[in-house]
Ligand binder design. Structure first.
Ligand SMILES: [Zn+2]
Length: 396
């Protein structure tokens, strides 16, 4: 069955004429789109739209590719609202806070972890996120990491093994022993259900050599690298990510000229997570410098119970525009096609013919409303693989 969505005020396709899908921001005014077999079958001016079995009138609203959240930590138990309140009262954020969530996660049963992830996944979908990545990293024992990866795999194909999130307390003073575990039995237990390997390369977490060893071990087990890099201060993370051929270097909050050059001259995506700077009251990454140098920039939430507990890609877009000086077009591209690039996905993040029909319809005539009306629930409809999965708004 085919579905025609017509009377679209602005359709963001991210497929400029003659260019590869997702190559750059592109939009069609007064547009229509046809879905067939879960894929985009046609896009163009509404006046030239072909007939379809069913029609949805968008009422002049904008339609975008579903958001691609390429960085989230959703397998955990407990919450850290009090830590957030203390931070807002003046205490700095430190990587060690992760340990509180590790303790709660280890205590939790599988069903509790599954229910929490299910709730967050539903929250994301309702806000227009149709693809998300999910990391382990709050178990930090072989069985707890293995079950974290297994539970994540029930909800997404983009599963990341992050045994190297932080050194757990039982390995205090024996970091080398923990790295051995991460590269050995823990990796063996997690690799079958994961796609990616990630490491928190940061002072207080893992140094350059440990991080390089962990990525290499992951790669040898068939996992593809991505890196938490340069979040809390300058460091080797970005260079390591580029040298390791990582799909993405995430955070990039503290970058120097060499880091920017390395990102600009490599396919490694710079994934910016402005919700973290917002939630930790920290300086934002220099998105303009990265974009102007030619780096590929993605936006993601980093949804986690410590440094940033938002699941909202629209919030990240608004922050990117208002705080990081990205244009509205750059921010929307980064939250869709950029995220797809950071996950090396060609089927999502754009609405070229053949793309998976993942769409979000917003209550506003243009993509700019996502930043122009921050904090307002604008999502009027969400389609995933052609099925309407959220929003009972126009045309239903
Ligand atoms: Zn993270």
């Amino acid at each position: 069955m085919s579905v025609l969505i017509t009377n679209i005020g602005e359709l963001i396709t991210n497929q400029p004429d003659g260019q590869a899908a997702g190559a750059a921001y592109a939009a069609i005014a007064a547009a229509a789109l046809v879905i067939e077999d879960g894929q985009v079958a046609w896009t163009g001016p509404a006046a030239r739209a072909p007939a379809a079995d069913q029609a949805v009138d968008a009422g002049g609203r904008a339609v975008l590719p579903g958001f691609v959240d390429s960085h989230a930590h959703l397998v955990f138990a407990g919450e850290r609202g009090a830590e957030f309140a203390a931070r807002m009262a003046g205490q700095p954020y430190r990587a060690g806070g992760i340990r509180a969530t590790v303790a709660a996660t280890r205590r939790a049963g599988d069903d509790e972890l599954r229910a929490n992830l299910s709730r967050l996944a539903a929250e994301m979908l309702a806000q227009g996120t149709t693809t998300f990545e999910c990391k382990s990293g709050y178990g930090l024992t072989v069985p707890d990491e293995a079950r974290s990866v297994a539970i994540a795999a029930e909800f997404t194909v983009e599963v990341t093994y992050l045994g190297a999130h932080v050194v757990p307390p039982e390995f205090d003073g024996n970091e080398a022993g923990y790295v051995e575990l991460v590269c050995g039995p823990m990796l063996d237990a997690c690799a079958p259900r994961a796609t990616w390997v990630d490491v928190f390369c940061e002072r207080g977490a893992f140094g350059r050599d440990e991080a390089a060893a962990i990525l290499a071990a992951g790669a040898a087990a068939g996992l593809r690298p991505r890196v938490h890099a340069n979040q809390l201060g300058p460091g080797p993370g970005v260079q390591l990510a580029v040298q390791a051929g990582a799909a993405s270097a995430d955070h990039c909050t503290y970058t120097d000229d060499a880091d920017v050059d390395a990102l600009a001259s490599s396919p490694t995506v710079a994934t910016l997570l402005p919700g973290v700077e917002f939630s930790t009251r920290s300086p934002y990454p220099d998105a303009r410098r990265l974009l102007d140098a030619g780096a590929v920039v993605a936006l993601a939430t980093d949804c986690n119970p410590g440094s940033c507990f938002t699941s909202s890609m629209p919030l990240c877009i608004a922050l990117a525009v208002r705080e990081m000086h990205m244009t509205t077009q750059e921010a929307v591209w980064a939250a869709t096609a950029g995220g797809a690039r950071a996950l090396r996905r060609g089927d999502v993040g754009h609405l070229g013919v053949g793309a998976r029909a993942d769409l979000v319809m917003i209550d506003g005539p243009s993509h700019a409303y996502l930043a122009y009306r921050p904090g307002v629930p604008l999502v009027a409809g969400v389609w995933r693989a052609g099925e309407r999965v959220a929003g009972a708004g126009p045309g239903s």
